[in-house]
Design a protein around this ligand. Structure first.
Ligand code: FES
Length: 344
């Protein structure tokens, strides 16, 4: 890929041709505030926060491709003044009490406000009186609070361009504009499949999961719901799984998950779930160690050959596990009687 040399705030950097100035800056640890940009989506230049100065002209850095010799200033007085107005207007249209919002630690709007520095009194003067809009709690996995929405359109583009459903769009015009489903119906009555792709990309607390706790650490794993093998990170707190996050590096899902993979992790902590092997002794199942259970299975396998043996695999295993069980059944147990519960 062709490399382009440009200068940002006096620092000469290199970027691949076709990269935006915003992405080139972020890749070189130069922060430019941005709210409507997401690396998975085409830029639209909606929030007007990522403006930069190029030879005295204001350009939106998310829409500006790198060019040889480009000289970009991210903090000229003109850029600063434009950004100040943009963030103040957004905050003036945003509910007060951000600190009680579940997303406050990850809210991009608060992060940008902190970075730019805002005058709280001026924002209160800019605030126009308005009635709060109803919160849509109809979806079992996430809620939608239109009052916290900044109209960045990331959810709309995610649903259209990544998920391919197009559930969401801008509804109404002017200052009454909101994000909504077709006919502005509750999520539960729309064609939404609850995959949560819009929720994980929402830069504020407008689309928020109903059940989420900050994990103390994460464990890399593979989703057990089907054979696609989506990469996940299970968030763990104490001895409980409290969150699931998609693995962006796993080729099979590249950061996406379906509703089951993202939200269907309750069973892991369910009290009825077997977590130790059981061996039947004198008609009763008793708990055993894995070594005891595997030794018993290996010992019993020696008694069966050919058609006496059958294997039933599970769709909750990875493709690799299922490949191994059919190989073991055919090559070791010498039978083709192997089946799979993929007809779930
Ligand atoms: Fe460029 Fe919003 S990030 S305009």
């Amino acid at each position: 890929m062709e490399k382009i040399k440009l200068t940002i705030d006096g620092l000469e950097i290199e970027a691949e041709a076709g990269t935006s100035v915003l992405d080139a800056a972020l890749a070189n640890d130069i922060y430019i505030p941005h709210l409507c940009h997401h690396p998975d989506l085409k830029p639209v230049g909606a929030c007007r926060l990522c403006g930069v100065d190029v030879n005295g002209r204001m350009e939106m850095s998310c829409l500006l491709p790198v060019r040889e010799g480009l000289d970009v200033k991210t903090n000229s007085p003109e850029v600063g003044a434009t950004r100040q107005v943009a963030i103040e207007l957004l905050l003036a249209d945003h509910p007060q009490g951000c600190l009680s919002c579940g997303a406050s630690l990850q809210c991009e709007l608060l992060h940008i406000a902190d970075h730019i520095g805002v005058d709280g009194e001026r924002i209160e003067r800019l605030r126009r009186p308005s009635e709060p809009l109803p919160i849509d709690n109809s979806n079992p996995f996430f809620s939608f609070d239109p009052n916290k929405c900044v109209l960045c359109g990331i959810c709309v583009r995610t649903c259209e361009d990544i998920v391919g459903l197009g559930v969401l769009d801008f509804v109404n015009r002017g200052s009454r504009t909101v994000i909504g489903t077709f006919g502005n119906e509750p999520f539960i009555d729309s064609i939404c499949e609850s995959c949560g792709e819009c929720v994980v990309r929402c830069p504020v607390g407008s689309l928020a999961p109903k059940r989420w706790q900050r994990p103390s650490h994460e464990v890399q794993s593979t989703c057990v719901y089907c054979g696609v093998g989506c990469g996940i990170y299970l968030g763990v707190k104490g001895d409980q799984v409290v969150s699931v996050r998609a693995d962006r590096e796993r080729p099979s899902n590249q950061g996406s998950l379906c509703v089951k993979g993202r939200y269907g992790y309750n069973f892991i902590n369910h009290k009825d779930r077997l977590t130790t092997p059981l061996i039947k002794k004198e008609g009763q199942f008793v708990e055993a160690t894995w070594d005891e259970a595997l030794d018993l299975v290996a010992e019993k396998f020696a008694d069966y050959k050919g058609s006496e043996f059958a294997a039933l695999a599970s769709a909750k295993c990875t493709n690799e596990d299922n490949y191994l069980i059919q190989k073991f059944t055919r090559a070791v147990m010498q039978t083709n009687t192997v089946d799979h519960c993929a007809r779930l």
